[in-house]
Each structure stands twice: as structure tokens, then as C-alpha cells.
Design a protein around this ligand. Structure first.
Ligand code: GLV
Ligand code: MN
Ligand code: MN
Ligand code: MN
Length: 397
């Protein structure tokens, strides 16, 4: 049986390092290494390994050979560019260790326990967050998914085919065989001051692609008054998003930009910026977006540019199952903190379809989606214990 530290070390060199962060994009050679690791973990534990049509990996523990819906736990293995190592993999590693712990306790579950690793949770490669779980639940059209392109112009269908996955198999899967979903995840802000907490809800959030178009021209010869510079409209949009977020008590970020032709001595003809916006309520988020869109449109009029804003993926209000939160509190202690998060998760997608809850492990740095993200080994071990306790509660009674 592995300790947390041993199992964690097995993946800590894959796709990066703790100091530089990790680049673990879906359907790449790096991800394939993680898939190979997952499969080996399943095999080492004599769990039934399976990959479904959405390329989600599953490892099933069903020692009693019982039929019926399973208690599912797990998370994702992909990362944002140069992200921390915990966001995602902690939930998968903890799931394997929780099964070890239940075996050590001599538990024989009355329901199958299944470990899942969903693909493209971050949307780092194809732009749609939680793509694997959205496809599974029918929340994203497989036809549209196949034609998504990455920054190199590779379509998702091509990326899948490169690893012998059949793009025709993308699409909804029966959820009737999922009794409950529990995702353990590193907490991603400064919200948790004890080792383990329980998730209550996820802020409504989304991603919007903002395309600014103007007129490419010479930086030295074009009079300032003659320009139609989309960079100016873009710059206005970034500052306006920040201002709108502050006035609405919300969060807005532009963390990705593409400039064409991206030359120092040329006025760009095109700028694309990606807006990530989140708020405690859907109405606040809507209000933020409509106010911001109007301000950007006015500014584009002044700059002689055009702007189109397209939603790439959006997630509405999500509250986890009250019944599962109650059962987690009974299992882990009534004093266990129950907290919301501004981060998105596959658990958020699944929660609209199956009873879902999350467990959070303390993040002493208060940093995530960056190399400084971390969790202490002792807290991760407490997370495994808590997950084992919750799985025992949900799968044995
Ligand atoms: C996923 O981690 C997200 O919240 O963007
Ligand atoms: Mn993340
Ligand atoms: Mn995550
Ligand atoms: Mn407003």
C-alpha cells in the first residue's frame, strides 16, 4: 500500500515540476503518461479499468460483485498552463488511496466504488471548461466538440484520433449508474484554515471570447487620428472588466490574449482577449456582463473598431446536495467548515444530474492555477481519511 508521499512522487515529474508548474493538456504525450499511470494504479489494485467514449478513465472497485449504481469519486489530471500540481490530480491520487484505506479497514462496500478521471477539465487546450463531464451529461453538443480547435489549429477530433480514441463516441452516457459523486480538491483560495472542508456551492461563472477587429497599418506612418487600433479597445475592455467586477463584488480576469500580426511596428488588425467572469449570483454575473458589453461597444464606436463577444462556456448557480453535505458533516464532524468556491469543477457539472458533494483540502499558500499552489502532505493524508470515511458512509449503508 502506498503512502500519500510515495504515490504523489510517482506523478510529480510528469509534465513539469513543482517550481515551474505543470503543463498537462488533454490528449497530448504528457497526458498519455498520466493515463498510463492511472491504468497502472488500477491494475496494481485489481480494479476494473475502462475508458469511456468521452475518454474519461474509470477504475471500479466492487469486491462483492454487487449490481446497481456506484458511488463515484475522482477529479481530473489536466492542468492550466504552468499550473500547480494539486488542482485535479489530488482528487485522483486521494481516490486510489481512499480505496486502499477502505481495504485496510476491511470494508466491503454494498455499492461499487468507481474512480473517475475526467478529460479537459481546465479547457486549457480547446477552451471549454469541464468538457469531459459536460459531454457525459449531455451539457455540450458532441458535434460542436469535435470541431473545436486548439491554438495550433488541431481539431478535437484530430487530437482524439491521434491517441486512437474514436471521436464518434463522444456524447452523453447513462447517469443512472451513478448513485453519488464526491470530488476531493485542493481549496484554491484562502478560505480554509483547517485541513479538510466540505463544499457548499460554486459561483456562477463563464468564459467569453472577445474579438476586436480594426485596421492593420504601419506604426511609423499612420497618423494617430487615422487609426482604427483594436488594441485600444481591448485595453479599455480589460480595465472596464476590472472596474465592473469591483463595483459588482464579482471577479473578472483577462488572462489570455492573441494579437495579429503581433509585430512591434504594426498596428494590429485583430486582438482576441478571453474574459473569465464569476459572481456569487447569476443575476450579478448577467448584470456585470451586460454593463461591460455596452461599455465596450461604446468604446469600439469611438475607436472605429468592431467587437464581438461570444460565450465559450458558462455555468449557472450550483449548490451541492444538502443531503450529502449533511452526511459529510455527520461523518466528519459537525464543526467541519462548509464553504463555497469561486472555482469551477466537474462536480459542478455533475451536480445538476446526480447527488454531488466536494471535499476541500487546505491550501496554505492561498494560490492556485500557478506553481505556488500547494497542500501539506499531512493535510492531504487527512483528505484521504476524510474521503475514505465519506465513501464508507455512502457506499456501505
Ligand atoms: C477551473 O479550475 C476553473 O475554475 O477555471
Ligand atoms: Mn483548475
Ligand atoms: Mn480542478
Ligand atoms: Mn451593473
Amino acid at each position: 500500500m502506498s503512502s500519500f508521499t510515495d504515490l504523489w512522487r510517482e506523478i510529480s515529474d510528469i509534465g513539469g515540476s513543482p517550481s515551474e508548474g505543470y503543463v498537462r493538456f488533454a490528449w497530448t504525450a504528457v497526458e498519455w503518461e498520466l493515463r498510463t499511470w492511472f491504468r497502472a494504479q488500477a491494475k496494481a489494485r485489481d480494479l476494473e479499468f475502462e475508458v469511456d467514449g468521452n475518454t474519461t478513465m474509470w477504475a471500479t472497485w466492487n469486491p462483492g460483485g454487487v449490481p446497481g449504481p456506484a458511488v463515484v469519486t475522482g477529479s481530473h489530471l489536466d492542468s492550466v498552463p504552468h499550473g500547480g500540481g494539486y488542482d485535479g490530480p489530488l482528487g485522483v491520487v486521494s481516490a486510489f488511496l481512499a480505496v486502499d484505506e477502505l481495504r485496510r479497514r476491511g470494508v466491503v462496500p454494498a455499492r461499487p466504488i468507481r474512480i473517475a478521471a475526467f478529460a479537459e477539465e481546465e479547457g486549457s487546450r480547446f477552451g471549454v471548461a469541464c468538457l469531459g463531464s459536460r459531454l457525459m451529461t449531455g451539457a455540450f453538443d458532441p458535434e460542436r466538440a469535435r470541431t473545436l480547435t486548439d491554438s495550433d489549429g488541431v481539431t478535437l477530433a484530430e487530437a482524439l484520433a491521434g491517441y486512437d480514441f474514436d471521436p464518434a463516441r463522444l456524447g452523453p452516457a447513462p447517469l443512472s449508474d451513478v448513485a453519488a459523486f464526491v470530488e476531493l480538491h485542493v481549496e484554491q483560495g484562502r478560505a480554509l484554515t483547517v485541513p479538510v472542508g466540505i463544499g457548499s456551492s460554486i459561483w456562477p461563472h463563464g468564459r467569453w471570447r472577445m474579438d476586436f477587429t480594426g485596421e492593420g497599418n504601419h506604426a511609423g506612418t499612420t497618423l494617430m487620428g487615422d487609426r482604427h487600433d483594436p488594441m485600444l479597445t481591448y485595453a479599455f475592455a480589460v480595465l472596464a472588466a476590472n472596474k465592473e467586477a469591483r463595483t459588482h463584488g464579482a471577479h473578472a480576469t483577462v488572462g489570455r490574449v492573441a494579437v495579429h500580426p503581433n509585430a512591434t511596428n504594426a498596428i494590429p488588425s485583430r486582438v482576441t482577449g478571453w474574459l473569465d467572469a464569476r459572481a456569487a449570483s447569476a443575476s450579478t454575473l448577467d448584470d456585470l456582463l451586460s454593463g461591460l458589453s455596452a461599455k465596450i461597444a461604446t468604446r469600439a464606436g469611438k475607436d472605429g473598431t468592431t467587437v464581438t463577444i461570444t460565450a465559450e462556456s458558462t455555468t449557472g448557480e450550483i449548490g451541492f446536495s444538502d443531503a450529502l453535505i449533511e452526511r459529510c458533516l455527520t461523518t466528519l464532524g459537525e464543526k467541519t467548515p462548509v464553504l463555497p468556491t469561486g472555482a469551477g469543477h466537474d462536480a459542478g457539472v455533475l451536480s445538476a444530474f446526480v447527488p454531488t458533494v466536494m471535499l476541500f483540502v487546505r491550501n496554505p499558500a492561498g494560490v492556485s492555477h500557478a506553481p505556488a499552489e500547494r497542500a501539506d502532505d499531512e493535510d492531504c493524508e487527512a483528505g484521504v481519511e476524510a474521503l475514505a470515511d465519506v465513501l464508507a458512509e455512502l457506499a456501505c449503508r
